[in-house]
Design a protein around this ligand. Structure first.
Ligand SMILES: Cc1cc2nc3c(=O)[nH]c(=O)nc-3n(C[C@H](O)[C@H](O)[C@H](O)COP(=O)(O)OP(=O)(O)OC[C@H]3O[C@@H](n4cnc5c(N)ncnc54)[C@H](O)[C@@H]3O)c2cc1C
Length: 431
């Protein structure tokens, strides 16, 4: 299909689709589309193989619903962790980081904290991808289209020509400039949020012992926790069938309205434990116990995208982080990518979607997804301010903080992406 030359897709299929990017979103979309024998689906990944980092990812009820609707529930449930009894409905417990005082819990009835090890999840969905669809070492460097087709070019000199191209290629997307040409929309680049995230994984037994040694409750290891403080917070939740605890400690510089990452600094780098401990000096015994169990943390400069004016240009569409990369404070980015994948797969596998109508289908997708994904971007940024006692209306007023934490996730979680599919077809039927 793909060689070091221009390749036209000659199969007599209803639609030929090129997906750029084989992360969680791109693979989930490819799996769902590949079930329709009338579609020719090709997935292009820059890396030499599918790969995810060894960290945890947490899913809200809306993301779990998208996973079910994508037909991936069985592989997901085989590897997913949840909050232990009697805390099954707890998404996170919230505590004051200075002394571990319990503030409240955010409850997600029936789902609680549903989380997985990223690499395990990617492996689990990749297992559902038919042979021959994925192509590796395919770094997309640009996209073009004409009235009848769209073409992606790769850095090895090869091309893919199909009916449509879908950019699922993450925050640094190479497809995005085609959808939003810089001449018209200006240069769109990810910006640093001012937040660094220190990440690590701890064997659960080690963390339980460390908590006990500090006089803290052992159960803090397995029940998901958020420890809050001025310009900082720490989260923990279990992964790998509770054998490991995923930890992220955040610090935010709010001294400038538009903080800039020092010139040449890498987005992700290994740092010393000493640096991380210094950031959280004076925090509670439980927090010290957690951080002391991470000898080799990595530090991530968290970037996000501005809300984009559009996601679609005729035969080319961007989705997932390529379209709406956001801060991880509501555990929602991968969930939005999975909602995108489900809605898009439902529209493209409908027999009414073909070479002639697909541009309108993409426009309908943008119409139903844009407001929600932008709101998730906005509220994810705002959540960081709330957790770090920096929200303009809440500050360090813990009564207001508690009320916010108990209610802020309802609109995000109580969403069935099936309704987006229905709304998209209603939109299409108007034309
Ligand atoms: C610290 C942190 C914690 C997070 N925690 C959570 C969480 O708990 N819950 C949650 O829902 N989300 C979380 N997220 C967000 C989540 O990781 C992303 O939203 C999600 O991975 C986006 O998926 P994606 O498939 O759109 O993009 P990505 O996962 O970025 O995948 C993009 C893929 O495209 C490939 N690619 C890139 N450029 C090209 C190119 N030019 N050509 C070909 N291939 C290319 C990449 O190699 C990659 O495989 C977190 C993010 C961070 C930084």
């Amino acid at each position: 299909m793909v060689a070091n030359s221009k390749v036209a897709n000659t199969q007599p299929k209803r639609l030929s689709i090129g997906i750029i990017g084989g992360g969680i979103g791109g693979v989930a979309l490819a799996v769902a589309l590949s079930r329709d024998s009338q579609l020719d689906v090709q997935l292009f990944e820059a890396a030499p193989q599918f790969s995810e980092i060894g960290a945890g990812v947490s899913f809200g009820p809306n993301a779990v619903k998208a996973i079910q609707r994508l037909g991936l529930e069985a592989p997901y449930q085989r590897i997913a962790d949840s909050s232990p009894a009697p805390f099954e409905d707890v998404w996170f417990e919230w505590r004051r980081g200075s002394d571990d005082t319990y503030l409240t819990a955010s409850l997600a009835p029936g789902v609680g904290q549903s989380s997985v090890h990223r690499a395990d999840f990617l492996d689990a969905i990749v297992a559902n991808l038919p042979e021959g669809i994925a192509h590796f070492g395919k770094l997309c460097i640009g996209v073009q289209q004409d009235a009848d087709s769209a073409t992606a070019s790769f850095d090895d000199g090869s091309h893919f020509k199909g009916d449509v191209i879908i950019g699922f290629d993450g925050i640094k997307s190479a497809v995005r400039p085609h959808v939003l040409p810089p001449e018209q929309y200006g240069e769109i680049t990810p910006f640093w949020s001012g937040t660094y995230a220190y990440r690590g994984m701890i064997p659960t037994r080690d963390l339980e012992a460390a908590l006990k040694a500090k006089g803290s409750e052992k159960r803090l290891a397995l029940v998901p926790q958020m420890y809050l403080g001025k310009d900082r917070h720490i989260l923990t939740f279990p992964v790998k069938q509770s054998q490991l605890v995923n930890v992220v400690g955040f610090i935010t510089d709010r001294s400038l309205p538009n903080p800039k990452l020092p010139e040449g600094e890498k987005w992700v780098q290994a740092v010393s434990q000493e640096e991380m401990l210094k950031v959280f000096a004076g925090w509670s015994p439980a927090c010290q116990a957690i951080l002391e169990c991470i000898p080799e943390p990595t530090r991530w400069a968290l970037h996000e995208l501005p809300e984009l004016a559009r996601y679609q240009r005729d035969r080319v569409l961007i989705v997932g982080d390529a379209a709406h990369a956001l801060l991880p404070h509501q555990g929602a980015g991968a969930g939005q990518a999975l909602e995108d994948a489900y809605v898009l797969a439902s529209l493209l596998t409908d027999e009414h979607c073909d070479r002639q109508t697909v541009g309108g289908v993409f426009a309908a997708f943008e119409q139903v997804r844009h407001a929600r994904t932008c709101k998730v971007q906005r509220t994810s940024h705002e959540a960081g301010d709330v957790y770090e006692y920096a929200d303009v209306g809440i500050g360090d007023d813990e009564t207001k903080l508690i009320k916010n934490l108990e209610t802020r996730f309802g609109w995000l979680w109580n969403h069935d992406p099936y309704h987006d599919v229905v709304a998209a077809w209603q939109y299409i039927s108007q034309f």
